[in-house]
Design a protein around this ligand. Structure first.
Ligand code: MN
Length: 741
């Protein structure tokens, strides 16, 4: 044996011993023997193999086993399975060989790992389908998923030696599936590391930049933190509460994510770090003590009442327990303080299994581990919706603008978020879109405007009788579908117009009218259509009937001046006289009362509501319109048509609801729309008439039309909306593009 080989052999043995040492606290009698047997088989099976880095292959299964023990807290079954996880795929060893030596349980796990391995490594872009398959393996043993996570973590840690395209593929898959999975299972440390590695391999300059900046700001940050925590520490010392106060900066990835989402530079990420107060208390007094710490913290620093999160009373779905508050430091900076016990902290970082590992005796550990695995399984199986709903929170944050869905054959399609079944149909093929009558989403029948969610599998239902109509334009959001529908509608209109032309020309002949351009001009005018095509289309559709045409013929000889058909509004003086004739001293129009005297409407350009300062404007043909004095059209109306202005004010008696519009601007976050509509509908019993919104990168822009009683009512609502997390600005909006005169 050459020296290098001897050295290598020694290193392998060292690593194996390290694994045993770490596993020792949880090993039962006979376990060490089992692990040794698995190690021997794996080493023999992989002996001629090397990783891309040149290392002996056995380093990999050894590391995966170590992660299982140390970072996830798994036991012997998982260690053995991890050591064997690549042998069936890569070597001559068969599952039956494993079953003979290690029994059914381990064989099933290795089998599961082998299956998803193939799918994951060689799948193209259909990750979500793979993901679903991975969930199926749950029925075997949930350990499969945990070991797979360890496997992926090690592969990510050693991704350096892989070719670039593989780095990108493995990284994307990691951020898409494994990081959310780790999050879901409460394995925070692993989740964070996977995310950071993802960024490192997909966007190294950014990764390095953020890492450097975190490093550069370290000294000043530490100084600040030291000052901040001192009084808290002193108080806790007085109370003789054992505590540890740490501060860890946000992960590189979450800083990156925040910068991108809010479109801000590193310097503007205000919550770069959180301060964690970890106390050591008996389990039955945890809650009590945590709130006591809260009380101390908020004695020194003013808390933001909206940022209190109590995950002790109601832990998060993944088991996370902690008490969070955001307080104002003396320098005017908001600082998040997380209060928790040692137990909670360990669970938060490593998940349940790791926490139990060193705490209890082996027997108790074993039973706790089983309990946790059941829990993990329940967590995963709770996905009665779609397999991918799971990664939705996460994906929602990261790729806000896309939704990932599947064809019945499992082909991945990417559509803009908010896309409907109809969008999907057009994405497949124009003919399928044009004939779409509905869809089956995850086997359930839905209408064509059904909005798709990540992971949906869609089968489009078509009918040869189906035809697109104008409504369809409201059902789709993808540019492709929109354009296609417009084309189809245009084509359809042209066909209808052709039919219409035939009908019209025939009728005109019967009526002995000369179909010249002047006649068409007159018809366009009379029927109030904007183009010849529209005129013909309306004939084709029978919107303009033969009867209408006859009326036109009767009308035609006198049809010289325009607008003759319209009734003119009485003049200002006339109106004022009428108001006065009701026995009132003043000539002010009372909105809500004088309807009997003169017809008036609330202007749509500024949607006035009681409490607004208003005036009436006498239009030529549409009666009086009530505008706000600060209406965008008001300057023009008051300055140029002062003679048509009439004083107006609100009557106070009537409890009527008025339509008005609010513009809500904020930072985009999951659930914002929900929270906003909740405030509107639940808290104030206001009726919402419509809600539209768009999201630019990181920015939420909503327009809400709603009914309120008066300005006071509206102001209460605005101030409530301003308190919704993420909302930056709420304002009443004016112009809806209507002409004022
Ligand atoms: Mn592997």
């Amino acid at each position: 044996m050459v020296a290098d080989a001897v050295e290598e052999k020694r290193e392998i043995i060292n690593r194996y011993r390290r694994l045993l040492r770490k596993a020792k606290p949880v090993l039962k009698e006979g376990d060490a023997k089992l692990i040794k047997r698995a190690f021997t088989i794996a080493m023999e099976a992989h002996k001629n193999m090397r990783r891309k880095s040149g290392e002996p292959y056995i380093f990999h299964p050894l590391s995966v086993a170590e992660i299982c023990v140390e970072e996830i807290g798994l036991g012997t079954t998982s260690i053995v399975s991890a050591l064997l996880h690549d042998v069936v795929e890569d070597t001559d060893i068969q599952l039956s060989d494993i079953e003979r030596t290690f029994g059914k349980k381990i064989t099933k796990i290795v089998d599961g790992l082998t299956k998803i391995r193939g799918v994951f490594e060689y799948g193209t872009s259909a990750q979500a389908e793979n993901f679903r398959k991975m969930l199926f393996t749950l029925s075997e043993d949930v350990r499969v998923i945990l070991i797979k996570l360890a496997d992926r973590l090690h592969n990510m840690r050693t991704l350096d030696s892989m070719p670039r395209n593989k780095q990108l593929r493995v990284s994307s898959e990691t951020i898409y599936l494994y990081a959310p999975l780790a999050h879901r299972l409460g394995l925070n440390a692993i989740k964070t590391e996977l995310e950071d590695l993802y960024l490192r391999f997909t966007d190294y300059p950014t990764y390095r930049d953020i890492a450097n900046k975190i490093d550069e700001t370290k000294t000043s940050r530490n100084r600040f933190i030291k000052q901040f925590v001192q009084p808290i520490k002193d108080e806790l010392d007085l109370l003789k509460v054992e505590c540890e106060i740490k501060s860890r900066p946000k992960s590189i990835f979450s800083i990156f994510n925040k910068m991108r989402k809010q479109n801000i530079p590193f310097e503007e990420v205000y919550d770069l770090f959180a301060i964690r107060v970890i106390i050591d208390t008996p389990v039955d007094q945890e809650k009590n003590f945590c709130w006591q710490v809260y009380s101390i913290v908020t004695d020194y620093y003013t808390p933001n009442p909206d940022r209190l999160r109590d995950w002790i009373s109601t832990p998060k779905g993944n088991g996370y327990e902690s008490l969070h508050t955001t307080v104002m430091a003396k320098n005017g900076q908001w600082v998040e303080v997380q209060i928790r016990t040692k137990r909670m902290d360990e669970i938060a970082e490593k998940g349940y299994a790791a926490h139990w590992k060193y705490k209890d005796n082996t027997a108790k550990y074993e039973s706790n581990l089983e309990k946790w695995l059941v829990r993990v399984r329940e967590t995963l199986e709770k996905q009665d919706l779609t397999a991918l709903e799971f990664v939705d929170d996460f994906r929602g944050n990261l790729f806000n603008e896309e939704v990932f869905v599947f064809t019945p054959k499992g082909e991945l399609k990417t559509l803009p978020k908010g896309a409907s079944a109809l969008d999907f149909a057009f994405e497949i093929h124009t003919d399928i879109g044009a004939k779409c009558i509905g869809a089956k989403v995850n086997q359930k029948l839905v209408p064509i405007n059904h909005v798709l969610k990540n992971g949906d599998q869609i089968e489009i239902l078509t009918s040869s009788k189906q035809k697109p109509n104008e409504d369809w334009l409201r059902f789709v959001i993808s540019p492709k579908a929109k354009a296609k529908i417009k084309d189809l509608l245009k084509e359809d209109r042209r066909k209808v117009a052709e039919d219409g032309k035939e009908i019209l020309l025939r009728k005109l002949r019967q009526m002995k009218l000369d179909a010249n351009s002047q006649l068409f001009e007159q018809m366009r005018d009379y029927f109030k259509v904007s183009s010849q095509l529209e005129l013909l289309y309306k004939f084709g559709k029978n919107i303009i009937t033969v009867n209408d045409l006859k009326k036109f013929q009767e009308y035609k000889p006198t049809h010289s001046a325009r607008n003759q058909s319209q009734v003119e509004t009485p003049g200002v003086n006339e109106i004022e006289e009428q108001i006065k004739s009701k026995g009132r001293q003043e000539d002010t129009l009372l909105i809500g009362e004088d309807m009997d005297v003169v017809e008036y409407k609330l202007a749509k350009c500024c949607t006035p509501i009681p409490g607004d300062e208003v005036f009436g404007f006498v239009t030529v043909s549409e009666g009086i319109k009530i505008h706000r004095t600060n209406c965008p059209n008001a300057p023009e109306l008051l300055a140029n048509h002062g003679n048509r202005v009439i004083k107006a004010k609100w009557t106070s008696q009537h409890e009527v609801a008025f339509l008005t519009g609010l513009k809500v601007v904020g930072t985009d976050r999951v659930g914002l729309i929900n929270d906003v509509s909740k405030v509107i509908s639940e808290e104030l019993k206001v009726n919402m008439s419509s809600l539209s919104f768009r999201t630019d990168p990181g920015i939420f822009n909503g327009e809400i039309m709603l009914y309120v009683n008066d300005t006071r009512h509206l102001e209460t609502l605005i101030s409530k909306l301003e308190k919704v997390e993420g909302v930056e600005q709420v304002s009443r909006f004016d112009s809806r593009g209507e002409k004022a005169i």
